[in-house]
Design a protein around this ligand. Structure first.
Ligand code: SF4
Ligand code: SF4
Ligand code: SF4
Length: 255
C-alpha cells in the first residue's frame, strides 16, 4: 500500500506575504518538495480548501485581527507541527513598532475618523499558541526554509545555526559599520542571512531577531557614547522589538 503523503499548509495572517513569495522564488526546487507532500492550503499559490488536519503548518504574518487569532488557534488544534514563518509571525514584525508609539495619535495621520477602529498591540504568534519552530527573517531565507522542510519531513528536529550576523559579516571581510559609528545591530542578531545588509553597507536592523541571551545594554551605551540621542537609540532598538524582549537561552528555533 502506498505511503500517505503528509499534508502541509502555508498560510497567512496579517502581513505583506513576502515570505510566501520567497518560497515561490525556490521555483522548481519547491516543486520537488511539493511532490512528497499534499499541499492543503498555500494561499498565494491556490485557494485550496481547508483540510481537516495538517501534519505541518507554516504560519506567516502577525495575528492582528480577531479573525487572525481565531484562525491561528484553529490551525494549532489541527496541526501536528506549527512553524512560524518570518519576522511577523516569530516577533510581531515591523508592525510591532506601533506598540511603542501613541497609536491613537498616529492614527490621526491616516484616518479622519478612527473611533471604533480596533487597534490592538502586535504580538508574535507564540503569544497565542504553542510554536514548534521559528524560521526567522524579513523575508525568510528560502534556503533555510527548504532545509527546515526537509528536516521535518525526515522526522528530524529542525535546527538553524545560532550565530550572530557579525560572524557572517566578518567571514566576508566587510568593513565594520559599528566601528565607523553606524548603528548596526549585528552583534545581537541571529545570522543566517549572509550578513545581507552590512554587505551592502547598510547597518543590520535585526530582522532575524536576537541571538539567545542577547543583551542590548552594551550596544545602547556604545551608541549613546557615539552621540546618538536616547530617542534615536530607542527607535533603533524598537525595530523588531529588541528594546523590550526577554531573550530565552533556548528559543523555539532550537527546540
Ligand atoms: S516577515 Fe517580512 S517579508 Fe515576511 S510577511 Fe512579514 S513583512 Fe512580509
Ligand atoms: S558591520 Fe555590523 S554585522 Fe558587520 S561586523 Fe560590524 S557590527 Fe557586526
Ligand atoms: S543583516 Fe540584519 S536586517 Fe539584514 S537581513 Fe540580516 S538580520 Fe536582517
Amino acid at each position: 500500500m502506498p505511503k500517505t503523503k503528509p499534508t502541509i499548509a502555508i498560510t497567512s495572517l496579517t502581513c505583506c506575504e513576502g515570505c510566501q513569495v520567497a518560497i515561490l522564488d525556490l521555483g522548481a526546487r519547491f516543486l520537488e518538495v511539493a511532490e512528497h507532500v499534499k499541499v492543503g492550503d498555500f494561499a498565494l499559490l491556490e485557494d485550496a480548501p481547508d483540510a481537516p488536519n495538517y501534519d505541518i503548518v507554516f504560519v506567516e504574518g502577525a495575528p492582528i485581527t480577531e479573525e487572525n487569532i481565531e484562525w491561528l488557534k484553529r490551525l494549532r488544534e489541527k496541526s501536528k507541527v506549527l512553524i512560524a514563518l518570518g519576522a511577523c509571525a516569530a516577533l510581531g514584525g515591523i508592525a510591532e513598532i506601533k506598540n511603542y508609539q501613541d497609536k491613537f495619535e498616529r492614527m490621526r495621520y491616516v484616518y479622519k475618523n478612527f473611533e471604533g477602529i480596533n487597534n490592538p498591540d502586535i504580538k508574535p504568534i507564540s503569544y497565542y499558541v504553542k510554536v514548534d519552530f521559528e524560521i526567522p527573517g524579513c523575508p525568510i531565507n528560502k534556503e533555510e526554509f527548504l532545509a527546515v522542510v526537509k528536516q521535518v519531513l525526515a522526522g528530524v528536529p529542525p535546527k538553524i545555526a545560532l550565530r550572530p550576523v557579525c560572524y557572517e559579516c566578518q567571514m566576508k571581510q566587510n568593513k565594520c559599520l559599528l566601528q565607523e559609528g553606524e548603528p548596526c545591530l549585528g552583534p545581537l542578531m541571529l545570522g543566517g542571512c549572509g550578513a545581507t545588509c552590512p554587505s551592502s553597507a547598510y547597518p543590520c536592523d535585526g530582522c532575524r531577531g536576537p541571538i539567545p541571551g542577547a543583551n542590548p545594554d552594551k550596544l545602547e551605551k556604545q551608541l549613546l557614547a557615539q552621540n546618538y540621542s536616547q530617542e534615536e537609540v530607542d527607535l533603533i532598538l524598537q525595530r523588531f522589538g529588541l528594546v523590550d524582549r526577554v531573550y530565552p537561552e533556548t528559543p523555539a528555533s532550537t527546540n
